[in-house]
Design a protein around this ligand. Structure first.
Ligand code: UD1
Length: 299
């Protein structure tokens, strides 16, 4: 796209140039790495991108007098809470390096606000973002074997993988499978716009908000909804529980609803519909079929 350039947030000189070229009123900071398994294997990479990168961004923002920030945090900061719905006051005990990088970045934000009350910072704790833009032009295209449920289901539906492995069907839930709070990416995007508006309304300090629907959905319910909208059968294999997985985790979205006047609009059916629309139009994501030599096996 004309006029758009990319800079790594760890490149302080590059960021300096960006901030010198334009006066920014606020920053929405999405940049980071997000694969939990990879963060266990390569923690320094995660601390470098997610923590060091955030520090550099905050330094440059401060130097240019831009002190309004919306930060992409994660429900991973809660670890596995004993009960749900999970409110923003729940203990922050992440279970993996990825979650810890998000918590450390949150703590840095809280500290800079305490050192300088001109900062206004909203920390958005995402639950499970899924779906795609309804146009079918924008969607998630993970490299290699997807870690997350929805991209995996999508790749089974388009025939790129033979089956979905369900990580445990012996949980104390309605059908034995894990329960999560899936949120449509369009609702999530609108949550950011609402958060930005809030930053310009009044000084907010540094506060965390959950972005979720407040509803729990099981793995089997997702599979059933996806089969319904796509007309495709998703072959299932029941596997063991995935280490570190919570049984039930869903949000209380009450704080964001109340203070942002925002509420997630889309349900599971719409999330699956838009995921399928993206998948069926782009079965190989942004790549052409020839350029993706996947290793084909399920997990
Ligand atoms: C994961 C991350 C979380 C991150 C979020 C982003 C872990 C442990 N947690 O959350 O930190 O913020 O993604 O969206 O990775 N499932 C299967 N089979 C699969 C994949 C998943 O049964 O092939 C199940 C899981 O056991 C879980 C549910 O589907 O019950 C959702 O899993 P996933 O999409 O990986 O998200 P989370 O684990 O909730």
């Amino acid at each position: 796209m004309c006029g758009v350039s990319m800079v790594d947030i760890r490149d302080k000189g590059g960021l300096e140039k960006v901030f010198a070229s334009t006066r920014f009123d606020a920053v929405v900071h999405f940049a980071g790495l997000k694969a939990v398994g990879e963060s266990v294997q390569k923690p320094l990479l995660y601390y470098d991108h997610n923590v060091a990168g955030t520090i550099i961004l905050l330094e440059v923002m401060a130097a240019h007098g831009c002190k309004k920030l919306v930060f992409s945090s994660s429900a991973a900061v809660y670890g596995s809470p004993k009960n749900s719905p999970c409110t923003e006051e729940f203990p922050l005990t992440p279970h993996n390096p990825y979650g810890r990088t998000k918590l450390i970045a949150e703590e840095i934000c809280r500290d800079i606000y305490h050192s300088d009350s001109e900062w206004s910072i909203i920390l958005l704790r995402y639950f499970n973002p899924v779906g795609a833009h309804p146009s079918g032009y924008l969607g998630e295209d993970p490299c290699g074997i997807p870690n997350n449920l929805m991209p995996f289901v999508q790749q089974v539906a388009v025939g790129r993988r033979p089956s979905l492995t369900i990580f445990g069907n012996d949980y104390a839930t309605k059908d034995g499978t894990g329960i999560r709070d899936y949120i449509h990416v369009v609702d999530l995007a609108e949550g950011h716009i609402a958060a930005l508006r809030k930053l310009f309304e009044r000084s907010i300090g540094c506060q965390a908000y959950n972005l979720g629907t407040g509803k729990g959905t099981s793995v089997l319910e997702i599979v059933n909804a996806f089969e319904k909208v796509s007309g495709k059968k998703i072959p299932l294999v029941i596997g063991p529980r995935r280490p570190g997985d919570a049984e039930i985790l869903f949000s209380s979205a009450a704080k964001a609803e109340r203070e942002f006047k925002w509420k997630a609009k889309y349900g599971i059916e719409e999330m699956c519909r838009d995921q399928w629309n993206w998948a069926s139009k782009n079965p190989f994501g942004y790549a052409s079929p020839d350029s993706t030599k996947q290793n084909g096996h399920s997990h």
